[in-house]
Design a protein around this ligand. Structure first.
Ligand SMILES: NC(=O)c1ccc[n+]([C@@H]2O[C@H](COP(=O)([O-])OP(=O)(O)OC[C@H]3O[C@@H](n4cnc5c(N)ncnc54)[C@H](O)[C@@H]3O)[C@@H](O)[C@H]2O)c1
Length: 273
């Protein structure tokens, strides 16, 4: 553990040192992530994705059913550009550390569950299992007017036509949750189950503004979990958290995992990686 926390602020080093033994005891970890966990992979936040040409469009018209009905080709052009950006991006050290932590806990009969607001697939690409995708996945599509269960992967990138269509001519839409749409109830309930059973909950890289997902860390805490926030900025959740690390997740998560592994699996240095 030599050099543990170097590169962090003094406050973060101290918080991390306090958190490590608590995190190492956790047997049911719930991780809730947002756009910030992918920031160091180079994926722009929603607002950042609206630069240049896209800055003159109303975000609601690019990410709503009404906007899609009005101009499906334009909405798909925007999503196709985001898909092309995401295709060039890889999971970062934060995603990798969460995967390693999950694998290590599963070997020991414990568990770590990730519920993400992200649509970028990076947790799964990093090797994390059973990721709960609250807002869908940008690589999935479904025919307009159908349900989440009808979604399938469409990996063509760039797409050959806007909007993409099925052979029978039906229009495909991105399988993501748009403004004004309900989340998939089964997916949401699964995330709440994980939150309620957690003894440790981490909220990472989310502004904690988009409900109902933003309720998850609060619910975990109400049900007894120790609550950790990792975010360089303060959020609506900060005051409720037991431990606050105001650091980039790709920096602090590997430090946290390495220290946990030394405690719970000192001989298995290669475990989970
Ligand atoms: N990667 C993606 O799939 C992606 C990208 C953009 C937006 N979205 C979606 O748009 C909505 C926006 O809500 P949101 O809360 O996820 O994102 P947000 O854009 O509202 O907030 C991002 C948060 O991440 C923090 N952050 C920035 N860099 C960070 C870092 N290196 N480490 C840790 N935290 C960092 C910011 O301080 C901020 O609080 C969500 O539905 C989100 O999933 C997804």
């Amino acid at each position: 553990m030599a050099g543990q926390g170097s590169g962090l602020s003094a406050a973060s080093r101290s918080t991390l040192a306090d958190l490590i033994p608590v995190a190492a005891r956790a047997r049911s970890v719930f991780v809730f992530t947002g756009a910030g966990v992918s920031a160091e992979s180079g994926i722009p936040t929603f607002r950042e994705a609206q630069t240049g040409l896209w800055s003159r469009y109303d975000p609601v018209m690019l990410a709503s059913l009404d906007g899609f009905r009005a101009d499906p080709a334009n909405v798909w052009k925007w999503y196709d550009e985001r898909r092309q950006t995401m295709q060039r991006c890889s999971p970062n050290a934060g995603h990798v550390a969460l995967t390693a932590w999950q694998h290590l806990l599963r070997k020991q009969g414990a568990d770590l569950h990730v519920a993400t607001q992200n649509i970028d697939d990076l947790h799964s690409l990093a090797g994390t299992h059973d990721v709960v995708e609250l807002h869908g996945n940008i690589w999935e599509v479904r025919p307009l007017g159908t349900e989440f269960a009808d979604a399938f992967r469409l990996m063509d990138c760039p797409l050959s036509e806007y909007p993409p269509r099925l052979a029978d001519g039906s229009t495909l839409r991105p399988n993501v949750v748009w403004f004004g749409e309900m989340l998939n109830e089964d997916v949401l309930q699964q995330a709440f189950r994980h939150a309620k059973h957690a003894d440790l909950a981490l909220s990472i890289g989310t502004s904690s503004l988009v409900y109902p997902a933003a309720a998850l860390p609060f619910v975990a805490r109400e049900h007894g979990a120790t609550l950790v926030e990792i975010n360089p900025e303060r959020t609506e959740l900060t005051a409720a958290a037991d431990y606050v690390l105001q650091e980039p997740s790709a920096v602090v998560l590997p430090m946290l995992f390495d220290a946990i592994r030394e405690i719970i699996s000192p001989s298995g240095a290669a475990d989970g990686k």
